[in-house]
Design a protein around this ligand. Structure first.
Ligand code: ACO
Length: 325
């Protein structure tokens, strides 16, 4: 038995933040942001709109697309680094809001790889027979950890959520394989230093702005290109396939230059890459399920398509997955 994605959904907040809006906040320009990142605009959650609010919207769409009732869910996994609060899990809040009374619920922290990590857990539970229907959500309010005085990071991130219902299939399709990796030696490349147990919330933390995301972007960029390429090659090799067999790459939407470099090294065409970062920016764990849902709803991804998911992010973590749609 295999697991398969039975339905997808996504949601982005209404407020659009353009590059021109950011020109009012930091010393940057629309031209610089477009050239260096490919991002033109991103979405920002309204005051009081939390990670669970975004996740619920995406989840409801995914359940409806999968024709599954919330009451039938066995487990809800939320991949996020910007949950509503440290306790309880955002998955628990969403479980209640959906009315998924039977479902167990927990969060996963793997930054931009979170959705692929969560998908692998769902896949293992479904294939083992322990659970039948697992809801996997990637949801982020990255603007809640964005330092609007730091031009290195504030131009990159946006808010959003994507979701997938995973269940069993006996057809010759579904999740074929997932590979997960991490290298904690590089944990300081992208991090939020404060607000946890090492530097708890304090006047010192606020004065030093340690509650915000810090990133060594240029070093991350180089590692991202190498790890994404390797992750895609590992994914197809595990299935005795080659890069030429891929119909669509659904990558973590970090930076258009990273995607172009990866695609060139792999010998793919940009037409095979699902891209929405120009409209939503880098939404961390929400990035892949948001792009996937858009491509499914647009009819780009069709039954039988061979899809490779590829992600990298803080940790460092990197991951890939192969799906026969
Ligand atoms: N506007 C104008 N100038 C800027 C801006 C900006 N918004 N940001 C940086 N600069 C300047 C820098 O200060 C620097 O100036 P200097 O040469 O005078 O020092 C110059 O531009 C070049 O800076 P670099 O950091 O070398 O620029 P780079 O081309 O690497 O682009 C970027 C920066 C966009 C951050 C890129 O490195 C990148 O996308 N990195 C990967 C980010 C990523 O994918 N992160 C991982 C996922 S996030 C997660 O896990 C939650």
């Amino acid at each position: 038995m295999r697991s398969h994605i039975l339905g997808t959904g996504s949601y982005v907040p209404k407020q659009v933040l353009t590059n021109v809006d950011l020109e009012q906040l930091v010393d940057t320009s629309d031209a610089w942001i477009v050239e260096r990142t490919g991002i033109r605009e991103r979405r920002r959650a309204a005051p009081g709109e939390a990670c669970s609010d975004l996740g619920v919207q995406a989840a409801q769409q995914a359940l409806s697309a999968a024709h599954i009732q919330a009451a039938d869910l066995d487990l809800i996994i939320v991949a996020t680094c910007t949950g509503d609060s440290p306790l309880p899990s955002t998955a628990s809040l969403i479980q209640y809001r959906l009315g998924a009374a039977r479902a167990a619920a927990f969060d996963i922290s793997a930054a931009c790889c979170g959705f692929v990590y969560a998908l692998s857990v769902a896949d293992a539970f479904v294939r083992s027979g322990q659970y039948r229907y697992v809801l996997v959500i990637g949801a982020e309010v990255m603007t809640s950890i964005t330092d609007w005085t730091d031009r290195n990071t504030c131009v990159i991130f946006g808010d959003g959520a994507g979701a997938a219902v995973v269940g069993p299939t006996e057809e010759d399709r579904g999740l074929l394989s997932i590979h997960l990796h991490a290298d904690g030696r590089l944990s300081d490349l992208i991090c939020v230093p404060g607000g946890g147990s090492s530097i708890p919330a304090s006047e010192f933390m606020l004065a030093e702005r340690l509650q915000f995301v810090k990133m060594r972007g240029n070093e991350t960029f180089k590692i991202a290109v190498k790890t994404m390429e390797g992750a895609v090659r590992e994914a197809v090799a595990a299935q005795d396939l080659t890069v030429a067999d891929i119909d669509f790459l659904v990558p973590h939407q970090a930076n258009i230059r990273i995607l172009k470099a990866v695609v060139e090294r792999l010998g793919l065409s940009m037409d095979q890459v699902i891209i929405n970062l120009d409209r939503v920016g880098n939404t961390s764990a929400a990035s892949i399920p948001l792009a996937l849902d858009e491509a499914v709803r647009a009819g780009q991804i069709q039954p039988g398509s061979l899809i490779v998911l590829a992600a990298f992010g803080a940790g460092l973590t990197w991951a890939s997955g192969v799906i026969r749609w």
